[in-house]
Write a protein that binds this ligand. Structure first.
Ligand code: ATP
Length: 351
């Protein structure tokens, strides 16, 4: 059994409905397509597996669509059986491959995609990806009246209406391990390290990585750091009593990235031994953590349940450990706020 609730426009959960999963519900959906889109994230395979198995369990046919929306436009579609997804729960990346598709951004491209769905008698679509993928999914669903359910597959944790996204926990752990290694060098050489992590315009990955790795500071796009503040931060952290300093920087136009910040500090403190590490794509791959596998499995099964409950154009989210349906419009709003409590935890624990 799982709990499901719908989040309204103001992100307030509407009353919970208690639902027994796969209770025989009338659904017009006899076959679904599944695709992964945008950047890969660990746990996408676990989600593909759960969606496939849940759909077959409830009597639906399942079609794997390769290379995201591009595969939909170019008809790279193949029917899946339960064993098509055997032994993939532990694999990073996505067995369906992923791609960015410019064709799908055009009406003609989406029309071709729709025709391919019809060719295979696919009634509904599960899209696993980030905000761009869910934006495209929403447009497609409205244009052709196709039921679409999204799963938040991104390491950035930048979608609204869900506490976390598939891949975020694994990426966090990967960054933490890298930080632990870098700390050994930073301490041995008494260095100041700027470490850049992904996150697009969202600082969750950087902030939580900073807390988990005992970093001295996190520079994130949500909080503007003036020149003097940066200097003060460095001063406090490095000069006082510490023999090394680690600063997490979220990649973003707003922060300017680790390189720029490091150059600025070098100019101001020529005596400091300043180094930069950009973790880049190392953060994306790897076997998903137990948390991501479980999250992806729950969300994948909830996607099929959503169809059975006649939901459409919703992303499956998780709030306070309960599955929720979040309308696409709300999920992709670019306004996710950073938690003041987390900022405080970092500030106090790093003095
Ligand atoms: P990540 O967060 O990992 O970067 P993402 O899903 O945000 O993942 P994007 O590159 O932004 O990744 O989007 C993936 C794909 O979604 C695009 O290549 C395109 O095919 C489709 N897409 C994005 N925006 C639109 C749009 N406005 N209209 C139609 N399709 C879109």
């Amino acid at each position: 059994m799982i709990f499901c609730c719908i989040v309204d426009e103001n992100n307030v959960p509407l009353p919970l409905t208690f639902t027994r999963i796969f209770k025989h519900m009338e659904s017009n959906i006899k076959s679904i397509g599944i695709l992964t889109s945008g950047g890969d994230s660990p746990g996408m395979n676990a989600a593909i597996r759960a969606v496939t198995r849940a759909a077959i369990f409830s009597g639906m046919r399942v079609y794997g669509i390769y290379r995201g929306f591009r595969g939909l436009v170019f008809n790279e579609i193949e029917e899946f059986q339960t064993n098509s997804v055997s032994n993939i729960i532990k694999q990073g990346g996505t067995i369906l491959k992923t791609a960015r598709s410019e064709e799908f951004k055009t009406v003609e491209g989406r029309k071709r995609a729709y025709e391919n769905l019809k060719k295979h008698n696919i009634d509904a679509l599960v899209v696993i990806g980030g905000d761009g993928s869910l934006t495209g999914a929403g447009i497609f669903a409205n244009e052709f009246n196709i039921p679409v359910v999204g799963l938040p597959g991104t390491i950035d944790n930048d979608l609204n209406g869900t506490d976390t996204t598939i891949g975020y926990d694994t990426a966090l752990n990967t960054i933490m391990e890298s930080m632990d290694r870098l700390r050994d060098t930073a301490t041995s050489h008494e260095r100041l390290f700027f470490v850049e992590v992904m996150g697009r315009n969202c600082g969750y990955l950087a902030l939580n990585s900073a807390i988990a790795s005992g970093a001295e500071a996190a520079i994130i796009p949500e909080i503007s750091i003036e020149k003097d503040q940066l200097a003060e931060l460095i001063d406090q952290g490095f000069r006082k009593s510490k023999n090394s300093s680690m600063v997490l920087v979220a990649e973003s136009e707003v922060t300017g990235g680790a390189m720029k910040l490091a150059e600025r500090v070098k100019r101001q403190y020529p005596s400091y031994d300043v180094r930069v590490t950009i973790l880049g794509h190392l953060q994306r791959g790897g076997s998903p953590t137990a948390e991501d596998r479980i999250l992806a499995s729950r969300m994948g099964i909830a996607a099929i349940q959503a169809f059975q409950e006649n939901q459409r154009n919703v992303m499956i989210g998780i709030r306070e450990n309960e599955i929720v349906y979040v309308p696409f419009k709300r999920a992709i709003k670019k306004e996710r706020e950073i938690s003041d409590e987390l900022l405080e935890v970092l500030r106090i624990s790093s003095i």
